[in-house]
Design a protein around this ligand. Structure first.
Ligand code: AMP
Length: 507
């Protein structure tokens, strides 16, 4: 048990109220509005007082389904300040999904967009939520009416294991689980990343990610806030606009799709990215093709890192040193990573197995699911990520797939990633996804969904794949069927939704 202190509060560790930074720009919006650290701090304090006036207490959940705005960032900071638990929600969630989240998280307060106020107020009442307030994309709404002029009390003293945020896992499979992250989880990870990626007050981050997810909210915003840097604050990613802003930026963070979309712009080249010192990618695997083409076009080797909601960031390619395509780099300082087989034995270098992580970054618990929490940790405190990985002789970690992505055909295991990497190398292929579909004989059969890039005739491409993979893959691993598609379905974070594909092609 740690004693509670104000210094443990993530709000204080990020240095939001630091008077030395008060005049420095924290962000600039698309319409040119500049926010200083002083502005952000004042807004966070006013909102903290608003929440207190509404009866929000330490540990209460505050559910937030709003568009990205500087005020929404201040609302997150206000929750940290009073040690309420911030619960961000994807704006795309339907009312049916919202009902699940509101019943499960049981928040004291829901903040939503004005357009959703009517249906969500009704739903919130049914779910026992006390209050609903609104905040729109321009930072206006009932939350902002009558902001108190008096300043809030000091930030609340917290312990290292005090809950700070509740995020539900992407939901690519199964029922979403609430992941509880503590002040220490988030602060320790931010401190490691700022150091590792060399963030300073001189940096300007091109911020186009959503802020309801680990990547945009914690990785991106925490690195900026902790180092006193600035952001170009975009509501969403749009390739032409991002390219134009690169000359005013020093760092860009994105999901792989952002990088492929930049590459699709004929004008995107070394000149467009001459001000950038670091491109970072994560949330989904960066294809080796994209890595190579990006380097060829810009001279930059994208830094790929790996993490998940439950752990924040766990590994990263180095800032200085070799960034290896197809790998997610080394375990972060203070974080242990190991590869085990299903019986819990640690595997030798190069072997593919279950990836486990231990460290101050690893979440506290699944919300209201003590048995699930216990089942996902080993006896010696490692978290089972559900990802399959290997570590090479130099210590680089490669993510090979997810255990639920594993295909078992005729009793033999097939790792989809292994086949996708091969298919993606062929001329005429833009990308691919390999899935297991039900098979009367083998249990599952391997099926490849391939997106052609239009440079090769489709029939010829299919034939070539049939014949070439025969040379490179064992029979049981080879796809039994190829389906050509225009695109792969992806979720908001750019991840291919294999569950959707399995459903769609099950028959
Ligand atoms: P989420 O909790 O939505 O962030 O999803 C986390 C999952 O995304 C991880 O468990 C991985 O399966 C995947 N992931 C994140 N980053 C990478 C990466 N760089 N390469 C491969 N998979 C990744």
């Amino acid at each position: 048990m740690t004693t509670n202190s104000i210094e443990n509060n993530l709000y204080c560790r990020l240095g939001i109220d630091n008077p030395e930074r008060a005049q420095h720009t924290v962000l600039e919006t698309e319409n040119g509005k500049r926010w200083s650290y002083g502005d952000l701090s004042a807004m966070a304090k006013s909102l903290a007082q608003t929440l207190l006036n509404l009866g929000v207490q330490q540990g209460d959940r505050v559910s937030v389904q709003v568009d990205k705005s500087p005020e929404a960032l201040a609302l997150y900071l206000a929750c940290l300040r009073i040690a309420a638990v911030y619960h961000p929600l994807n704006t795309a969630y339907s009312l049916v999904e919202m009902e699940y989240f509101l019943r499960n998280a049981a928040p004291r307060l829901l903040i939503c967009s004005p357009e959703q106020e009517e249906p969500l107020t009704k739903l919130a009442q049914e779910c026992g939520v006390e209050g609903v307030l609104t905040l729109d994309i321009m930072g206006k709404g009932s939350l902002m009416n009558n902001l108190p002029s008096e300043r809030a009390n000091d930030p609340v003293a917290v312990g290292l294991s005090t809950s700070a945020a509740l995020l539900y896992s992407s939901g690519t499979t199964g029922h979403p689980k609430g992941i509880v992250l503590t002040h220490e989880n988030l602060a320790s990870n931010a401190e490691v990343l700022v150091d590792l990626w060399g963030f300073s007050a001189d940096d300007v981050l091109l911020h186009c990610l959503p802020i309801y997810h680990v990547h945009g909210l914690f990785v991106a915003c925490h690195c900026v806030l902790l180092s006193g840097a600035s952001m170009l604050w975009n509501r969403a990613f749009e390739a032409n606009s991002a390219m134009a802003q690169l000359e005013r930026s020093s760092v860009m963070m994105g999901v792989p799709t952002y990088y492929t979309r930049l590459l699709a712009l004929p004008g995107f080249n070394a000149d467009s990215s001459r001000s950038i010192r670091l491109f970072i990618s994560g949330s989904a695997p960066l294809l080796s093709n994209t890595f190579a083409e990006f380097e060829q076009r810009t001279g930059h080797r994208i830094l790929e890192r790996y993490g998940m909601t439950e752990t924040g960031m766990s590994t990263s390619n180095p800032l200085n040193g070799e960034r290896k395509a197809g790998t997610v780099g080394f375990p972060l300082p203070g974080i242990e990573v190991r590869i085990e087989d299903d019986s819990g034995a640690v595997l030798p270098t190069g072997a593919v197995g279950n990836l486990l992580v231990k460290g101050p970054n690893v979440f506290k618990e699944y919300w209201g699911m003590p048995e699930k929490t216990a089942a996902d940790f080993t006896e010696n405190g490692f978290f089972k990520t559900g990802d399959l990985a290997s570590i090479d002789t130099e210590g680089y970690v490669a993510i090979v797939g997810r255990s639920k992505d594993l295909i078992i055909t005729g009793g033999l295991n097939v790792y989809p990633k292994e086949i996708e990497v091969l298919i993606d190398r062929y001329e005429g292929v833009s990308e691919s996804a390999v899935i297991g579909l039900p098979d009367d004989d083998f249990g599952e059969r391997v099926v490849a969904l391939v997106v052609p890039d239009g440079t090769v005739d489709s029939q010829a491409l299919e034939q070539r794949l049939w014949s070439s993979l025969r040379e490179s893959l064992a029979g049981f691993k080879r796809p039994k069927q190829y389906i050509l598609l225009e695109s792969l379905p992806r979720n908001a974070m750019g991840k291919v939704q294999k569950a959707l594909l399995r459903e769609r092609f099950a028959d």
